[in-house]
Design a binder for this molecule. Structure first.
Ligand code: ZN
Length: 215
């Protein structure tokens, strides 16, 4: 049996998602299906007039790295490193959006992601045998912000170059625009999360029906 004891764990991470997010909701989302897309999901309500910035300070970027499992403990992030992270995130976001809409990606964004992807890497995972004789893959943490950013950029390259790119979707929720992987059996998932945008849509449909019914 192969198990993963994750720090940096690509793929779906089971997390509790808020039942009803609001525009001021600052809780992080880790349910997109990929670390790189989770990173992009640190902005909510992207299509709205007031996007919800969940990384509103250097400390929040540090908190995200810890909560995502990429780093074992919070670290001091200066203003420049913070601005670099936000700039990388937005370049990645524009590329993902272009892929989803079938548009060409911008040269500057491609260069920014390539430069980051060529940076210092998180140490490779190690195969171990547990005392019970099971095989375990131990994934390493990022040791610096640069390693964390490289990991995220490489995760995006891995996603875009593999078969999962065809499972990438944009949420149909009003103004949400969160990118996620639809790995459901019929690949007919419409929402980033049925508990967030799915629920919101059901509530608004219910309201509309009631209004129509009332004349
Ligand atoms: Zn959504």
């Amino acid at each position: 049996m192969i198990t993963e004891s994750a720090h940096v764990q690509p793929g779906v991470q089971e997390r509790e998602v808020p039942v009803m997010a609001t525009r001021t909701d600052v809780r992080f989302r880790f349910d997109s299906g990929r670390p790189s897309l989770d990173f992009l999901a640190t902005v909510g309500n992207r299509g709205g007039l007031v996007p919800n910035e969940r990384l509103a300070s250097p400390a929040r970027w540090s908190a995200w790295l810890v909560e995502s499992g990429m780093m074992p403990a919070a670290l001091d992030v200066d203003g420049r490193a913070y601005a670099d992270a936000i700039s990388l995130r937005e370049a990645m976001q524009r590329i993902v959006r272009a892929v989803l809409l079938g548009d060409p990606a911008g040269d500057a964004d491609v260069r920014a992601v390539n430069t980051t992807a060529a940076g210092p890497r998180v140490p490779p995972p190690e195969l171990r045998v547990t005392s019970a004789g099971d095989l375990q893959v131990e994934l390493a943490s990022a040791r610096s912000l640069a390693e964390a950013k490289t990991f995220l950029a490489l995760d995006l390259l891995d996603l875009l170059s593999g078969p999962l790119v065809h499972s990438m979707r944009m949420c149909s929720g009003e103004h949400c625009e969160m990118a996620y992987l639809d790995t459901s059996r019929g690949t007919r998932r419409k929402w980033c999360s049925s508990a967030v945008c799915g629920n919101r849509s059901r509530v608004s449909q219910h309201r509309e029906r009631r209004r129509d019914g009332d004349g």
